[in-house]
Design a protein around this ligand. Structure first.
Ligand SMILES: Cc1cc2nc3c(=O)[nH]c(=O)nc-3n(C[C@H](O)[C@H](O)[C@H](O)COP(=O)(O)OP(=O)(O)OC[C@H]3O[C@@H](n4cnc5c(N)ncnc54)[C@H](O)[C@@H]3O)c2cc1C
Length: 410
């Protein structure tokens, strides 16, 4: 079968590799090249402990306070406030207790599958040198914030996440020295992993897919038209039919799926970061500042400080002052951090209101497969998603139930 994959981000290239390994002829299209979007500049975490969706019960009470601070963890540029309203309504519905509990269970299942799929990928392709198995430290300021986090830790336990809760400064310092004393409590998740560099990881997988016969074409796909016998793709210098097409265009996927008559609540949560050069800080694990919505991770020989959520769509210019604000906070929380010489970046997380991706055969078009909307977890869930998508292309039942990830769930 000849399969086209639209998008050479982490979801597209991992899927292309899985398809090529199953003997399919694969063509990957990307208008900018491998890892040009969110997949190239993210925090590099296989965040298997992050099973709690953003839409938690009660979040709508907390959000207004966050929104008052233009550089806080959540922001909505005024120019985008009306456009994001329908997504926010779906987000609110996803935060209702029954929907929330179902989302945690679904996320837990996809995480378990993805963690196992990652180990298969690493073992088959000798990828261990590109991984760091250093766990993650999630930090809290004081007893009150820690206590408020405990129900979330119980929910993680229920879906099989392993963790240790730390309530003594010495225990925390043993894992990560050099933290501000304001962080008095923590949760440590030992099974969390990081890539040494997400751009390098994605490029390596793209190379491996090409090594197994996949072709990478730099072209923008403008239109897809399914018929009884195939799917015709047209775009810059492209006018070709394929047996099946995988849409893995990240936050841009709706521009293609609309042509199939689908109306999916895909938005982007824009995130920012600054990558500091070698010597910026002696980081020993992935650190998450839970109450501030940002993380610090090792990337190559440097340090990446980033996070935040800006619901600003795909077209507004980046506001790099958000990245600077994160860096200023990081300097307060890691007093020895050297903040000079950093590189700023913004990326488009492809986000659904319930924090679950769309992994499905397109409704009414069995030749088009949908693989996008992974939000904060695209790298984390890439290996698991790729196996499921390859099963859907082959028409065999996937390893986990994909009902919670169906395009028709909204
Ligand atoms: C600040 C930040 C930190 C993050 N940290 C993490 C983390 O630590 N762990 C984690 O798991 N996730 C993290 N994420 C989320 C993760 O980066 C995304 O979920 C993931 O990269 C999405 O991958 P993707 O392949 O779906 O999309 P993308 O990487 O955006 O790839 C989509 C590709 O499609 C191409 N494309 C789009 N339209 C077309 C078209 N019409 N024709 C041809 N090509 C097209 C684009 O050029 C792009 O290369 C983070 C995100 C941000 C912003």
């Amino acid at each position: 079968m000849h399969v086209a994959v639209i998008g050479a981000g982490i979801i597209g290239v991992t899927t292309a590799l899985a398809l090529a390994e199953r003997g399919h002829a694969v063509t990957i299209f990307d208008r900018e090249g491998v890892a040009a979007g969110a997949s190239g500049g993210n925090a590099g975490a296989f965040a298997f402990a992050d099973v709690i969706p953003l839409a938690t019960p009660g979040i709508m009470k907390k959000a207004p306070a966050w929104l008052l601070d233009p550089n806080g963890p959540l922001s909505i540029p005024p120019a985008y406030a009306l456009k994001i309203a329908p997504w926010l309504l779906a987000f609110f519905k996803a935060s209702l207790p029954a929907r929330y509990r179902a989302a945690v269970a679904a996320q837990g299942a996809l995480m378990g599958h993805s963690a196992a799929a990652l180990e298969r990928l690493v073992a088959t392709h000798d990828l261990e040198p590109l991984l760091r198995r250093e766990g993650q430290l999630q930090l809290y300021e004081g007893e009150r914030e820690f206590r408020a986090s405990l129900p979330g830790w119980e929910e993680r336990r229920a879906v099989g996440v392993k963790f240790d809760l730390l309530t003594r400064a010495e225990e925390i310092a043993e894992i990560q020295p050099g933290l501000s004393p304001r962080f008095t409590h923590a949760g440590f998740t030992p099974d969390w992993k990081n890539v040494t560099d997400p751009a390098m990881w994605t490029n390596r997988l793209a190379d491996m897919a090409q090594g197994r016969g996949a072709t990478l074409v730099r072209a923008e796909i403008g239109a897809l038209k399914p018929s009884e016998s195939g799917v015709k793709l047209t775009g810059t210098d492209v006018n070709r039919a394929f047996d099946k097409v995988v849409v893995a265009a990240g936050a841009h996927s709706n521009r293609l799926t609309r042509q199939l008559g689908l109306s999916l609540p895909l938005e982007t949560e824009r995130g920012y970061n600054v990558t500091l050069p070698e010597g910026a800080f002696d980081l020993r694990t992935h650190v998450t500042f839970a109450g501030h919505g940002f993380v610090v991770s090792r990337i190559g020989d440097g340090i990446r400080v980033g996070g935040g959520v800006e619901l600003g769509g795909l077209d507004l210019a980046p506001r790099m002052s958000r990245a600077d604000a994160l860096l200023a906070k990081a300097a307060r929380f890691l007093p020895d951090l050297r903040t000079t010489g950093g590189r700023h970046w913004m990326g488009f997380r492809p986000s659904m209101p319930d924090s679950l991706p769309v992994i499905d055969v397109a409704p009414g078009n069995s030749r088009v497969i949908l693989a996008f909307g992974h939000g904060h977890l695209g790298l984390t869930q890439s290996a698991g998603t790729a196996e499921i998508i390859a099963d859907l292309v082959d028409g065999v039942p996937p390893a986990i139930d994909i009902t919670p990830f169906r395009a028709t769930r909204f």
